[in-house]
Write a protein of this length. Structure first.
Length: 305
């Protein structure tokens, strides 16, 4: 039987002579596998910053939230700590362990037994708790967006400012990097938020498609469908049938980070794992992918709540 374990670890840069952002855009590096088992692979997901060098594992301080997923349907004990996680049966080839803002999610194909799932969790208990502690530290640094006239947020790595412009027929970005929102001056914060999100998602869809179309021929692959996600902990994912999912909030980040995620996901159409062969594909397009990945791991996106 194939080894069922696969760590889904996707948080997630133009190749030599890649055009600049005006023509195209540009993505980072493999981190060491969180598992000691060489048969376990890691598939694209948002990762959090690693503990400082020499610091060893990051302890789960008492100030951190318990690891209890709000939709938990299974429980276990990892490293002496009670953990409630969301378990799902999905169409995939291996078990996926995901540590996100809500907690731990475990996804497994139908042929994997619960005993095998539990074994995988126990083998990676320290990794799960460390990632949860890191995620909590990361959440502390997430800034809140004020949905009002003059508020700012990042677009392609640089700030833009919100301006209520009822005379506009549709939202648009002007040369002064003001996002003119087709809303009345007395618009509610929720209306402003929804209008900004709708504009950003439209921009993201157009941009992501152009980057996929640019890189896919260079990599000898063909993507079939793009969908936008709003995952709290995943930058992107790819399926064997060529379906690509990218987090629309990537549009906040610099072009290099966006391109890294695009190339990362397209590389999975060659290798559905994080094996040396996978990273060789990524490096052939983005020689500086490790630096890009490290920068991506530092990102703290604003809170859209």
């Amino acid at each position: 039987m194939r080894n069922p374990l696969q760590l889904v670890f996707d948080f997630l840069s133009p190749p030599p002579a890649t055009p600049s952002l005006r023509q195209t855009i540009s993505p980072s590096t493999p981190s060491s596998s969180p598992a000691s088992n060489s048969n376990v692979t890691v598939s694209p997901f948002i990762s959090v910053a690693s503990p400082a060098s020499g610091a060893g594992r990051m302890p789960l301080a008492s100030s951190h939230r318990p690891l209890v997923h709000p939709r938990a349907n299974r429980e276990t004990v990892l490293e002496g700590m009670h953990v409630a996680y969301l378990f799902q049966r999905v169409r995939r080839r291996s078990i996926g362990f995901v540590v996100g803002p809500d907690g731990l999610e475990v996804r497994a194909p139908k042929w994997v037994t619960i005993k095998e799932v539990e074994l995988g969790l126990q083998e990676r208990g320290e990794w799960v708790l460390r990632k949860w502690a890191e995620m909590q530290e990361r959440q502390k640094n997430i800034r809140q967006i004020e949905w009002r006239e003059g508020a700012s947020l990042d677009y392609l790595g640089a700030p833009i400012h919100l301006h209520l412009s009822p005379e506009n027929g549709r939202s648009e970005l002007n040369d002064q990097r003001e996002l003119l929102l087709a809303l009345p001056h007395n618009a509610e914060p929720s209306q402003i938020r929804d209008a900004v999100q709708a504009w950003l998602m439209r921009e993201a869809k157009v941009l992501f498609e152009s980057r996929l179309n640019f890189y896919a021929p260079l990599m000898g692959v063909q993507w079939r469908r793009l969908s936008l996600s709003n995952a709290g902990s995943r930058w992107g994912s790819a399926r064997v049938d060529g379906a690509i999912r990218l987090n629309w909030r990537l549009i906040h980040l610099k072009p290099d980070a966006i391109d890294y995620v695009v190339v990362h996901e397209l590389a999975h159409l060659h290798e559905m794992n994080h094996s040396p062969a996978f990273w060789k594909v990524v490096a052939s397009i983005l020689p500086d992918h490790m630096a890009r990945r490290k920068e991506l791991q530092k990102e703290n996106l604003a809170n859209w709540a």
